[in-house]
Design a binder for this molecule. Structure first.
Ligand code: AMP
Length: 299
């Protein structure tokens, strides 16, 4: 059980994450997936495509698949911090990117349910401690592989430009009220910039994040109504959250030609299983792949 004095103290998440990563590696609790980086350009975006190395792929497919909830109970060797009364931070077991953090609900909640104010608060605590990309894969068709509600955070390098491959396109956003459309994204989506000090968890930033999330859902025609007693499930979508902006993309399906696509795909980062998938993606184009797993834009 959590105790208030065990909750994460300000400015401790990053050092704790480093220390817990070293611990988890020692205990062989993390199965890092080695990949070879490639770049495929299409539509003004230099997509980062990671190709899983053949040996890693073999290890992954032999890793025991289980239907159990991996977050209840979680592996104590993957524990990072008590983020809030409702959420804990864990290390991702199968990580492609270093220091990949999962922000999971202590009690079971289904991944399809709308994000709550508590989810927003927990994400903001982590995002204020670590500058990175927060994301949410709402439902299996949005790329979620676990049913227990989990937000995710990947730290971003401070100095590289663009920080995410998709960012150059976002500069030409056309705002209409609280949300906007990015002309370079050829599928249904909604974008909103965020106020510079919004990230400060001491203010009521969780409510502002929740309100922005609701306005994005409404902009793409998804319901934000709660049913009696619990937030309603929604259709599948991906949500991307940075310190500067939010992007929400409704989904039609998980796979493009055997490639599973989640929120990271819409940031411009894709993961493929082998060089055959890489070649196929080069031929078809990553932006076309995203278009196929999203929904058509309004005319
Ligand atoms: P997603 O596939 O987007 O639903 O994210 C699920 C995350 O859970 C991935 O980052 C996996 O690496 C991670 N994961 C799967 N099994 C475990 C586990 N037993 N402990 C911790 N993380 C896990």
């Amino acid at each position: 059980m959590h105790h208030p004095e065990h909750l994460l103290k300000p400015s401790t998440l990053w050092p704790t994450l480093l220390e817990r990563t070293a611990h988890a590696r020692n205990r062989r609790a993390i199965l890092s997936i080695p990949t070879t980086p490639e770049v495929i350009e299409q539509s003004g975006v230099a997509f980062q495509v990671r190709v899983i190395t053949a040996l890693a792929m073999k290890a992954l497919t032999t890793a025991a698949k289980s239907n159990n909830d991996p977050f209840l109970p979680y592996d104590p060797d993957l524990f990072v911090a008590e983020v809030s009364p409702t959420h804990v931070a864990l290390l991702s077991k199968f990580n492609v990117v270093d220091h990949h953090l999962l922000i999971v609900t202590r009690a079971f909640e289904p991944q399809e349910m709308l994000l709550t104010r508590e989810d927003c608060a927990a994400l903001l605590i982590c995002l204020s401690e670590i500058d990175g990309l927060g994301f949410y894969n709402a439902g299996s068709a949005a790329g979620a592989s676990q049913r227990h509600k989990h937000l995710q955070l990947i730290p971003l390098p401070a100095l590289t430009e663009p920080r995410l491959p998709i960012e150059p396109l976002l500069r030409s956003v056309k705002m209409a009220g609280a949300t906007g459309i990015v002309p370079g994204l050829p599928f249904l989506h909604a974008y909103t910039p965020v106020e510079p000090d919004w990230i400060d968890p001491r203010g009521d930033s969780a409510s502002s994040l929740l309100a922005s999330y609701h306005s994005l859902l409404r902009a793409v025609g998804l319901s934000v109504e709660a049913t009696v007693g619990s937030p309603a499930p929604t259709a599948p979508y991906n949500l991307l959250v940075t310190r500067q902006w939010l992007l929400l993309v409704p989904r039609s399906e998980e796979y493009f030609e055997g490639i599973s696509i989640n929120a990271l795909g819409f940031a411009g980062a894709l993961l493929v299983k082998d060089t055959a998938q890489l070649a196929m993606l080069r031929k078809q184009g990553p932006m076309s792949a995203l278009q196929r797993v999203a929904l058509p834009r309004e005319p």
